[in-house]
Write a protein that binds this ligand. Structure first.
Ligand code: AGP
Length: 613
């Protein structure tokens, strides 16, 4: 998703823009650009397609004096309207106004027609250029009142936006505005910043404020002023980032994805420990969260997107198993348009790593409109989803930079297991001692198994070699292993571009097995020994049709006999092993991406936080 950075103050604004854009790379993009005031207070705009190094190369050709700047804005573009070309890269505007934008102006065609009738011409295919020229028109016709022009333009916009705006006759000022897209204001010493997220400005400041819906911020080197949509000055609380620069850097790993997989044991402990009492039982004291209220729900609806939704499947399995509450898992992009039957007797849990996913946010708002109490499971403190929920339980996974979600999924799943144990206590569906034993296993045995799996990395990587020239494969499992393989399959697809399909092992024979032919890779996950015999039978079905089976399993001679490769799992975490198995499958996906030469941290077409529909 697009990334925004802006800096006003000091003489090295361009350095801030460049480092900020690199920090925002993880959000996914296909072009980048900057607009900055030079020493003559002229706006200079430089853009490049592809990686940010291409932009750096263009900027590198400028002299030091040409690059000396105290005010500018920058952008990484994830194309929504118009091809990923230099012409469509941000910043957009004209000689009077330049803007960077994250979001979609839905009515940009109508606005463009109006502007064309007023004599404006366009150089790009983007909705953003239309937004910029709309602001210009308002600025020109209202005599140069920047805030008024932005307010007038905002009234015309239909859609979502986070914007950074500069006016040629106002060097040393940056304006910003947001609706349905996050934007933060960094507070520094003699310089101030705008950014899509805190990771872009961590090297300069940890102090920031969050712009709320329809607020306008005015930044100068020594002032940050925020006004609401009625023109009133807002008294904003300065927050301090919990993350440090190191946590948002690669730390010696080849890629963020690998680093974040290796952080899993540590972040499981960080996420669970604050929610386990001295008595060894689940104890949730998160702000506004009341487990008693959740325990009374007639039904729990879990809604999310992608990997977060897959953590929802894990939650369904354990909440139904331990707390005996019916759970529906809903795709957020479907739920937001479905005429769902939800009322105050239902509880809704929203899961999101970024806390900014547009579809998930829309599903959250729908659930609240229908009277449900909404609890969010979020990894970014103060994110929009967190702030719009009735209660939030934060995961403490730290910044997840790689587009492919790994550690967030593992801690989301582990946290939901703890929540299901807490619900079981509240509903007396399990006795206290049993809950205590399982809580201890979750907290200690699970991270230990993950650590043992990380120590098997070379063996796991070696098993992936077979996939290096493959384009299609299957991921099979039964019960919770099937849920785990749905997520595994997405991981493999999104980073290695191998078309993978997760299938309930028992269902394959009802049609899809026709796709199995000699050499088809099939990864099997079998941790649930209660269906082991069935799983062995399913492996035989595909093996007899030529499949190449890689089994991930607790040690079993029968599985050995019907598999080309076997990865034996540690098994101290027992029923939580499918969560630990995610680490195996994430390492396999990572390795497959590497041997196929894919950009594993920034896979093609993907964005880290999908803040548009
Ligand atoms: C995960 O690997 C993907 N990048 C994607 O499916 C992601 O999980 C989804 O977009 C939801 O994001 P969120 O958790 O930030 O809401």
């Amino acid at each position: 998703m697009c990334g925004i950075i802006g800096c006003v103050g000091g003489e090295k604004a361009l350095d801030v823009l460049s480092s900020g854009l690199h920090a925002l790379e993880y959000r996914g993009y296909d072009s980048a650009g900057v607009s900055f005031f030079n020493e003559s207070s002229e706006i200079i705009t430089v853009k490049a397609t592809g990686k940010i190094v291409n932009l750096d190369e263009k900027l590198g050709k400028m002299s030091e004096s040409e690059k000396r700047s105290s005010c500018g804005i920058g952008h990484t573009r994830w194309a929504t309207h118009g091809e990923p070309t230099e012409r469509n890269a941000h910043p957009h505007g004209n000689e009077r106004v330049r803007i960077v934008h994250n979001g979609i102006i839905e009515n940009y065609r109508a606005l463009a027609e109006n502007l064309t009738a007023k004599g404006y011409t366009f150089t790009s295919e983007t909705d953003t250029e239309t937004a910029a020229l709309t602001i210009d028109y308002c600025y020109k016709t209202n005599g140069g009142d920047a805030v008024k022009a932005i307010s007038e333009a905002r009234a015309l916009f239909d859609g979502s936006y986070a914007m950074g705006i500069i006016f040629a006759d106002r060097p040393g000022e940056i304006y910003s505005i947001r609706k349905d897209n996050p934007l933060i204001i960094g507070i520094g010493e003699g310089k101030n910043f705008i950014a899509s997220d805190i990771t872009a400005i961590l090297p300069y400041t940890k102090d920031y404020i969050r712009l709320e819906e329809n607020e306008i911020a005015i930044l100068t080197p020594d002032l940050v002023k925020v006004i609401d949509e009625n023109g009133n000055t807002c008294d904003k609380k300065i927050e301090k980032a919990l993350w440090d620069v190191k946590s948002a850097q690669r730390g010696g790993y080849d890629h963020f994805m690998l680093k974040e997989i290796h952080e899993e044991p540590e972040v499981i402990e960080k996420t669970l420990a604050p929610r386990i009492g001295a008595n060894g039982l689940p104890a949730f004291s998160d702000e506004n969260f009341d487990i008693k209220r959740l325990a009374k729900a007639r039904r729990i609806i879990i809604t999310a997107c992608g990997t977060a939704m897959h953590a929802g499947f894990m939650a369904k399995y354990f909440i139904e198993k331990y707390a005996r509450i019916p759970v529906n898992v809903e795709i957020a992009s479907e739920m937001r348009y479905a005429d769902m039957i939800i009322d105050e007797n239902d509880a809704v849990i929203v899961i999101s790593q970024s806390g900014e996913t547009a579809d998930t946010l829309a599903a959250l708002r729908l659930a609240k409109e229908k009277g449900a109490f909404v609890t969010s499971i979020v990894n970014v403190v103060g994110s929009t989803i967190a702030r719009e929920s009735n209660a939030t339980i934060y995961t403490w996974a730290g910044p997840e930079i790689a587009v492919a979600s790994t550690k967030a999924y593992v801690v989301q799943s582990a946290l939901m297991v703890l929540l299901s144990l807490g619900l079981a206590l509240e509903r007396n569906t399990m006795d206290e001692q049993k809950v205590r034993v399982l809580t201890e296993k979750l907290r200690y045995a699970l991270p230990k198994d993950v650590s043992k799996i990380l120590a098997m990395q070379d063996e796991i990587f070696d098993a992936v070699g077979y996939l290096s020239d493959k384009t299609d494969m299957f991921c099979l499992g039964r019960g919770i292993d099937y849920y785990a393989m749905i997520e595994a399959s997405l991981k493999i697809k999104e980073v290695s571009y191998i078309h993978s399909e997760a299938y309930a092992a028992g269902e394959l024979k009802h049609g899809t097995i026709s796709l199995i032919e000699k050499g088809t890779p099939v990864i099997v996950l079998s941790t649930d020994e209660s269906v082991r015999q069935k799983m062995v039978g399913n492996i035989r079905e595909v093996m007899s049709r030529g499949a190449y089976v890689i089994s991930i399993t607790t040690p079993d001679a029968q599985i050995d006999a019907v598999s080309e490769r076997v990865i034996n799992l540690p098994s101290e975490s027992g029923e939580f092993l499918p969560i630990a198995a995610a680490t195996v499958l994430q390492l396999m996906a990572y390795r497959a991406a590497i041997i196929k030469g894919c950009d594993v941290d920034c896979p093609r077409n993907l964005a880290k936080s999908v803040t548009v529909e």
